[in-house]
Design a protein around this ligand. Structure first.
Ligand code: SF4
Ligand code: SF4
Length: 398
């Protein structure tokens, strides 16, 4: 969506919200697609729908019930995903809790990113989970995650400390003892040290699940991490599977890009499943058509075509190879990820709020006469231009 259209739509939505009754349309539409395959999450004893529910853009309780009716049993949310946790709480009365796997993150309910920082006490970690339980009207989480490892700091050692924080581990032990949390996970979309940090998590023995960005557009060290996780009985859930989600419908023979991308991820037997943001009932219908279906040569052709079209425009989530080179300290990969949320994920508000919270946004890029970032990107992206565009899109201005 273009910035101008978003601002117009946001104004209309605000007006409409005062007159629209409680939302149940998604629920009333007939269910035709359904989950065809469930896979083990490491050695937890749990099995998840291969295509599962990313609740980052969840706004209606009826969507949760609709997903459950379609066979989806795994729900990924966080306190910093807007109203997502509260909306799940609204759905909870009509769902059998033991039929779903519910996850959340160690976070504050702030505009993203609300990750609990290093220095958080055991008591604060516990309080954050209890607040999530209260918002979601449930007694326990199946998984709690150390959220987005590699995002808070470019420094491996500092993020390693957040990942393995003894206060956090003690909090998890206490929460498990009280029956409030069953398992521990961690997620990462970089931009710094994604693969290294996830490997540390896998080898630490503390984590039951990792959730990396993983798609067909090149993550050189990730296959090793995934294999190691499998060996150690740690579950792997893929996110950011659409490689930027630039074009959802490829024209050739009606082949659906999202199906090809999902099938590519799921052909890796070590992967327990994937999560994808589901905004509408139509998303559920569409995405579940790829559940349990084998990846084919035709799918590969769709992915090749997508790569040919967008390889030069897609900032690989989790890559971060240009990080730390900008003399002005621009958070390059993070700016470009927020731009992706705005332009391709339909998360305009969250993208703009998160951009406003950045320590160093892309303001210096327009006047930059030595764009060293361009020379550091191995994929040949027009980084300066992309950052300049992102800044004019994401900045809160009238
Ligand atoms: S264009 Fe210049 S200011 Fe912007 S990220 Fe690149 S090096 Fe930094
Ligand atoms: S701009 Fe290029 S080097 Fe930087 S994170 Fe994106 S893909 Fe990687």
């Amino acid at each position: 969506m273009k910035r101008r259209d978003f601002i117009k739509a946001a104004a209309l939505t605000t007006t409409a919200m005062t007159v629209t009754p409680s939302l149940s349309r998604a629920e009333s539409e007939p269910v035709s697609s359904s989950v065809k395959s469930y896979r083990a999450i490491g050695k937890t004893g749990l099995k998840m729908s291969d295509i599962s529910f990313g609740a980052g853009k969840l706004s209606t309780a009826s969507m949760v019930r609709r997903a459950v009716d379609s066979g989806i049993n795994y729900f990924d949310t966080a306190p910093d995903y807007g109203q997502s946790e509260k909306t799940i709480g609204e759905a909870m009365g009509k769902i059998k809790r033991d039929k779903i796997i519910l996850t959340s993150k160690f976070c504050n309910p702030l505009p993203y990113p609300g990750h609990l920082p290093l220095g958080t006490t055991k008591k604060e970690y516990i309080a954050a989970v209890e607040a999530s339980l209260s918002r979601m009207k449930t007694d326990y989480l199946d998984f709690v995650f150390v959220h987005a490892i590699g995002e808070t700091s470019k420094d491996l050692e500092s993020e390693k400390k957040r990942l393995l924080d003894p206060e956090m581990l003690e909090a998890v032990a206490a929460l498990k003892k009280d029956g409030k949390v069953r398992f521990l996970g961690t997620s990462s979309h970089g931009p710094s040290n994604m693969e290294d940090l996830l490997m540390i998590a896998v080898r630490s023995g503390h984590f039951d699940l990792i959730q990396p960005s993983f798609n067909f557009m090149k993550f050189p060290k990730l296959p090793d991490v995934i294999k190691e996780a499998h060996k150690k009985g740690v579950g792997v859930i893929a996110m950011k599977t659409l490689a930027g989600a630039k074009e959802m419908k490829m024209e050739s023979k009606g082949d659906e890009f999202s199906h090809a991308a999902f099938k590519w991820v799921l052909k890796h037997q070590e992967v327990s499943g994937l999560i994808i943001t589901m905004k509408t009932a139509a998303d559920i219908e569409l995405y579940l058509k790829a559940s349990g279906v084998t990846f084919t040569a035709a799918d590969q052709r769709v992915l090749d075509r997508y790569a040919a079209l967008y390889s030069g425009e897609y900032c690989r989530t989790g890559c971060g190879q240009c990080e730390g080179y900008c003399p002005a300290g621009v958070e390059i990969a993070t700016v470009l990820r927020y731009q992706m949320y705005f332009a391709n994920y339909g998360m305009e508000k969250r993208a703009m709020e998160s951009y406003a919270a950045l320590k160093q946004n892309a303001a210096p890029c327009q006047g930059c006469d030595q764009p060293v970032c361009i020379t550091k990107c191995p994929y040949g992206l027009a980084v300066k231009e992309m950052l300049t565009d992102a800044h004019s899109t994401l900045l809160f201005t009238a």
